[in-house]
Design a protein around this ligand. Structure first.
Ligand SMILES: *Cc1c(COP(=O)(O)O)cnc(C)c1O
Length: 588
């Protein structure tokens, strides 16, 4: 007897995941065995007259059988080891930015593993490279790049590196052409735009002298100094304080130096302060420092916040209109790129986000480049990240060839090998994303619905947490589906609150019954000063620490609140927390 049922729309989405109790196992087993069957037949039918390499006699030999036995046993042993793995499929897992994999993505991934294509070029991947192009087109359509170019990476970190790599190449091409054509400002040369670059009549040899990538960068810097009469201190990266740490790595890897990392302040709600960005651009001009790029974050790693991308682009557009400066605008949407699937006519889906967030998402279409991780909010298995540019010109820069690879550029497909930082690349991430786009859909009908639901779940969860747990303070993070909270009694200092929150985290972490999996984050005062002041003020506490400790929940699991299940996870979480608070109060 189970009178509680979900809607038919919800039921339809339930076919897209295996289910926490492997409910869809029979169908999944059928699909996977079908994949294996086709794979066997493909081999058998490829060169049927070649004969068998492994004979029936071979298969009877003792050595053969003992080897096989050994593999079986090792595999069994390995399987038991993996039983200790994190049960990310469970709605009890609300820690980091991963959760269940979707079945379409998993099937695509498995099928690709069987064929093992290398998307470095069409010479080593005949089907995979085309699927990758189509998957890039699907992502481009979702984010609003009509002519998007790009490729799949191992993740968001490398996708961000791809952005810096190309922005640096473009910056230095423009810088060197500008200086060689007689312009005496490094800054204005470096933002001249492709149009002026194409029209600048300079001799290539002359330009190379001013390009740090083409010679000795220190010598080039001296040459620029002589030309501009200004010490050349290199380009800067404008990145908001709540950046992912991959940006710090990028500055290091690309030899820009820590000083070149110009942090943009955050406002009291934890989003990028656009006024500060505008000021830093002017500062770069005054100091004659080229701007490599300005970065906005769509879905911060800490709290899932969305920067005002529309306002950032407005600032850049106004400088472009009034001064002719073309500044690269990169969107780090490793986490939040899939929120773009909420855009559209159906307000029951788009209303999950605020008007400001929707404006920010709509403005992605007008930006230069974007990083997105299907292995985060796309429910795709690792590794699957992607890098996209709006203008193909910004993508296809700085090619490197290899004498032993036959790279091709054709109408239908251009090999990405010469343009990617990585060499060999699996096609799994691309194919899994292709399956997702075709079976679930990257619009309001598919992903939009699934993700809107996670945002609604988060809002309900947040409301109950606030109402039902004494001294629980939810950090303002209203944009998407992450929750950060701390425990603080009225008037309590930040350091005391931090200790209490850490205690609660430890309780979750060390709990043998694995009641819930949560994560924690530390938000530092240097980056989030206004935000922390406002938050701590809300309980009239005192800021006596350089950081704020938060328990962080990422509400991504599609089954977090499923009427048919025996457990109400929201209620269970709240009662677990309440018990902890009592424990903590007693022990102190
Ligand atoms: C996760 C994340 C990254 C890095 O992605 P990986 O796939 O872990 O390399 C970069 N930026 C943001 C905003 C992220 O959330």
């Amino acid at each position: 007897m189970n009178p509680i049922k979900c809607s038919t729309a919800e039921a339809a989405l339930k076919g897209l995941f295996l289910g926490p109790q492997a409910e869809n196992r029979e169908w999944v087993a059928e699909q996977i065995s079908q994949l294996l069957k086709s794979w066997f037949e493909w081999r058998q039918n490829s060169f049927p007259k070649d004969g068998w390499a492994i004979s029936r006699d071979d298969m009877q030999s003792a050595e053969y059988l003992s080897r096989r036995k050994n593999t079986e046993e090792t595999l069994k042993y390995l399987t038991t080891r993996f039983e200790a793995e994190i049960p990310k499929f469970s709605p009890r897992y609300i820690g980091h930015m991963f959760s269940e994999m979707s079945l379409p993505a998993l099937f695509g991934h498995i099928l690709t593993l069987l064929h093992n294509p290398n998307n470095i070029s069409g010479e080593s991947s005949k089907v995979g490279v085309f699927i990758e192009d189509e998957a890039i087109q699907a992502l481009s359509k979702m984010i609003g790049y009509p002519q998007g170019s790009g490729h799949f990476t191992s993740g968001g970190t490398i996708a961000n590196f791809e952005a810096v790599y190309r922005a640096r190449s473009r910056c230095y091409s423009w810088l060197s052409a500008g200086l060689a054509s007689g312009i005496t400002s490094a800054f204005s040369s470096s933002v001249m735009g492709w149009h002026q670059y194409d029209n600048s009549k300079v001799c290539r040899e002359e330009a190379l002298k001013f390009n740090p990538l083409e010679g000795n960068p220190f010598e080039v810097s001296q040459r620029i100094f002589k030309h501009t009469h200004n010490a050349f201190l290199g380009p800067v990266l404008l990145v908001p304080e709540h950046k992912h740490y991959s940006w710090v790595k990028a500055a290091n890897v690309f030899g820009l130096g820590a000083e070149s990392f110009w942090s943009v302040r955050l406002d009291n709600e934890g989003r990028m302060d656009v006024k500060d960005l505008a000021n830093q651009i002017l500062k770069a001009e005054q100091e004659d420092r080229p701007i490599l790029m300005a970065v906005s974050v769509l879905g911060t790693t800490e709290l899932g916040m969305i920067d005002p991308i529309h306002k950032v682009q407005e600032v850049l557009d106004s400088y472009r209109a009034s001064k002719g400066w073309h500044i690269w605008h990169h969107i780090d949407a490793a986490y939040g790129g899939f929120f773009c699937s909420l855009l559209g006519q159906d307000i029951t889906v788009s209303n999950a986000l605020s008007t400001e967030s929707l404006k920010a998402l709509s403005a992605v279409a007008t930006t230069t480049s974007l990083t997105i991780d299907p292995h985060k909010l796309g429910y795709v298995p690792y590794s699957s990240g992607a890098f996209l540019t709006s203008n193909p010109r910004d993508y296809f820069q700085n090619p490197f060839g290899a004498p032993y690879v036959d790279f091709k550029a054709q109408q239908a497909h251009t090999d990405k090998g010469p343009f990617t930082l990585e060499g060999s690349r699996s096609a799994t991430g691309a194919v899994a994303t292709w399956m997702t786009a075709n079976c679930i859909g990257l619009s309001q009908e598919g992903y939009g619905k699934i993700i809107a639901r996670t945002i609604q779940l988060k809002s309900e969860f947040e409301k109950s947490l606030k109402e039902e747990v004494r001294h629980l303070r939810v950090a303002p993070s209203t944009d998407t589906n992450l929750i950060g909270f701390c425990l603080a009694a009225p008037g309590e200092t930040l350091s005391k609150s931090n200790a209490r929150t850490l205690e609660a985290f430890k309780n979750f972490h060390e709990n043998k019954d694995q009641v819930f999996f949560v994560s924690k984050t530390k938000i530092n005062k240097k980056s989030y000063e206004l935000y922390i002041n406002d938050f701590v003020n809300s309980w009239e506490g005192q800021v006596d620490s350089d950081e704020l400790v938060l328990i962080r929940l990422c509400i991504m699991n599609p089954f977090f609140k499923t009427k048919e299940m025996k457990v109400d996870y929201q209620k269970l979480f709240i009662s677990t927390l309440k018990e902890m608070e009592i424990l903590y109060a007693r022990s102190n």
